[in-house]
Design a binder for this molecule. Structure first.
Ligand code: SF4
Ligand code: SF4
Length: 666
């Protein structure tokens, strides 16, 4: 037996097409190596009771590795390891998702069986090099810092406090940056809570650490304090700019900002007055401005007021947008869509509005109003840029903290335990603020259970301190804030709770001092050795496929019955960023006809720049090969989304058709 011990290959037989194509009984004898491989067949190895069932099997058969092979889409949700004995290292799980490679829609039975056999063999090779999974216990702080001074920040604090999380409320920024005022009742509920610590006029100067153990340096006028928290929610809002008005109206007391309008309506001070609310004066206003305008106008109309809403595009989408619009209309709010900018004048101290209704043939309307309401322009506060630099997170084109991309939850970020909520990253009406708070809560319940410690897998990345030149390349490249320089010991520390195992650090380290914990260099080498062997008389093309995008796309291809070319073998990787030049060259050296790297589209990568980094490296390899006379067209990089099975199928078919036949030199 190898160091990995006895390997259990668990084959799902639920799908008749796959079951008919599976290798015959006893095929394990041909899997190579001297491992003790045992095959178990069952309808399904996934689902609720599966981990307990597999744990029992491991105990009975003495398995130290498990490979699950099947067509089930649930394979992607299978646990990465299984606890067999209390306190012992967990048994790692490797999976071969047969449908993802479309082996089951391959018409030719012989080709289908050959491909399935190769996929199982690849999974066994990978499992053979995987170490048992050791969990480590890390002391964890459960309190959550909420940074902000607006309705979204207070809503977040309230929801977390009610769920039992202690809250450090850092009041950062002006409380009037948002279109929605904070309810005094909500402020009272938060600030009087026994489990809250409020720091007024705060500014975050420094953040370090990981989920369960973030250390913050916070300054207030005349003081600097250190806090330890388990998570950080940034809900710092935008800053309101000055109202920009026509000269004629400058300083007119009849003009209110949208937020002021909301406040006076709440206090019932505009009863009976005619008010004109003007949206979209300079381009389109944000959706939350439209929703705030509709809400206040509705309330005002119910109080007997006469609100008129002028707009270019009314936001009726989003949470309850259409309902709000219909309610406002039914309550008597007048709405007018315009194309050319409305004009305002002061006549004998009275306000007049002139607007052309875009829906009427000769729609020029002129009417008097008591008040004019316009949204104040908003811009991201300077703390957005500072926090982004501190957390090493990108800003969007407008300068707001960029939320997670499609791979993250709406409030999630690339750093585990750091969330962007409210107007700091997007629009945020009170309803959305509540939903965002619930999303953060759900995540925190899983990440920070009510215990003094959290359990995380150890050695997600293995560092060889002797090889490390302390060049900091890995520290700069890690998108998840999981690498910290340890200056006293002249080495890099990997923070396991923060690490997403994207593998980018291993790919960028010039000295190969870092290795992905469960995809070691030797494992990939061994996998490639098997993958590049002739299959059906041809050298295969190796497609390194990102588990977030290309692998689900292949799975979807299976769903819709697209057969992927038999001579392209997908090797799944956690992120395309793990694929460095070494891996590409290794695949070619071992005899692959060509190499295809499939990553996420730009800005859709869960590891932020993983896909872009990979593209650059692949381009370099191709150029270098071209420079020494080897066909550069053997190495491709492409992006694909999880919902693009046809694109994936097309790319693989193109590669199969156009990459030169035979390996380099043939
Ligand atoms: S990239 Fe490699 S050599 Fe450079 S600091 Fe990181 S581990 Fe050390
Ligand atoms: S594997 Fe990814 S998340 Fe983990 S330390 Fe390396 S770069 Fe950071």
């Amino acid at each position: 037996m190898s160091a990995s011990g006895r390997i259990g290959v668990l084959i799902e037989t639920s799908d008749p097409t796959v079951a008919d194509s599976l290798p015959p009984e006893g095929f394990e004898a041909g899997l190579g190596g001297q491992d003790d491989v045992i095959v178990f067949r069952a309808a399904s190895w996934t689902g609720r009771g599966a981990p307990a069932h597999i744990a029992e099997l491991c105990r009975e058969a003495g398995l130290s590795q498990v490979v699950i092979c099947g067509p089930s889409p649930a394979l992607g949700l299978a646990p990465e390891s299984i606890e067999v004995e209390d306190g012992q290292p967990r048994v790692p799980v490797t999976w071969a998702a047969i449908r993802e490679h479309c082996a089951w829609v391959e018409k030719d039975e012989h080709a289908r069986a050959a491909k399935i056999g190769r996929m199982i063999e690849l999974a066994v090779v990978r499992a053979r090099g995987t170490e048992p999974c050791t969990m480590t216990s890390i002391p964890a702080e459960r309190s959550v810092a909420v940074a902000g001074n607006n309705h979204a920040a207070f809503r977040m604090a309230y929801v977390l406090l009610e769920a039992g999380f202690p809250v450090l409320m850092l009041q950062i920024g002006a409380s009037d940056g948002c279109f929605y005022p904070i309810s005094e009742a909500l402020v009272g509920q938060v600030t009087s809570h026994a489990n809250v610590q409020v720091v007024a006029d705060a500014s975050i100067e420094h953040v370090e650490g990981h989920v369960g153990d973030f250390r913050l340096r916070v300054s207030t006028p005349g003081e600097r304090t250190f806090f330890r928290v388990g998570a950080l929610v940034v809900a710092v809002d935008a800053e309101p700019g000055p109202l920009v008005l026509d000269d004629a109206l400058d300083g007119a007391e009849q003009v209110l900002s949208l937020r002021e309008y909301g406040e006076v309506v709440t206090h019932g001070k505009l009863n009976g007055q005619a008010v004109c609310i003007v949206l979209d004066r300079d381009g389109l206003d944000r959706r939350c401005a439209g929703q705030a305008a509709l809400r206040s106008a509705l309330e005002h109309a119910r109080q007997g007021g006469k609100p008129t809403l002028l707009f270019r595009q009314i936001p009726v989408y989003g949470h309850g947008g259409q309902v709000l619009y219909d309610d406002a209309r039914a309550a008597g709010v007048t709405v007018i869509r315009y194309d050319s900018a409305p004009r305002f004048s002061l006549v004998s101290g009275g306000l007049r509005v002139t607007v052309t209704d875009a829906t009427l043939p000769d729609g020029v309307l002129e009417f008097p109003v008591d008040r004019l309401v316009v949204p104040a322009p908003r811009r991201p506060s300077e703390s957005h840029a500072r926090l982004a630099a501190m957390l090493r997170q990108p800003l969007d084109l407008q300068g707001y903290l960029q939320p997670g991309n499609v791979r993250h939850r709406p409030v999630g970020s690339a750093r585990r335990g750091v969330y962007f909520a409210g107007g700091c990253h997007d629009e945020c009406d009170p309803e959305e603020a509540g939903l965002e708070a619930q999303a953060v809560l759900a995540d925190l319940m899983a990440l920070l259970p009510d215990k003094k410690t959290i359990q995380v897998p150890a050695e997600k990345v293995v560092v060889d301190a002797d090889k490390c030149a302390a060049c900091l390349t890995c520290y700069r490249a890690c998108p998840h804030g999981a690498i910290q320089p340890n200056t006293s010991q002249h080495r890099m520390d990997v923070l396991d709770p923060a690490c997403w195992q994207c593998g980018i650090c291993a790919a960028v380290c010039p000295g190969r001092a870092l290795e992905h914990g469960s995809l070691r260099f030797h494992q990939m080498h061994d996998t490639l050795q098997v993958a590049t062997r002739e299959l059906l008389g041809r050298r295969p093309i190796i497609a390194f496929a990102c588990r977030q995008s290309a692998v689900p796309a292949a799975d979807a291809a299976g769903h819709v019955g697209l057969a992927l070319p038999t001579d392209v073998l997908l090797i799944d990787v956690p992120c395309a960023g793990l694929v460095g030049d070494q891996l590409v060259l290794d695949a070619l050296e071992q005899g692959a006809r060509g190499v295809l790297v499939l990553g996420c589209h730009h800005d859709n990568c869960r590891s932020l720049w993983g896909s872009d980094l990979s593209r650059k490296r692949v381009d370099k390899v191709r150029d270098a090969l071209g420079a020494v006379g080897v066909e550069g067209e053997r190495v491709w990089f492409h992006t694909v989304a999880a919902n693009e099975p046809h694109r994936l199928a097309h790319l693989l078919a193109e590669a199969s058709k156009s990459m030169p036949a035979g390996q380099i030199g043939e």
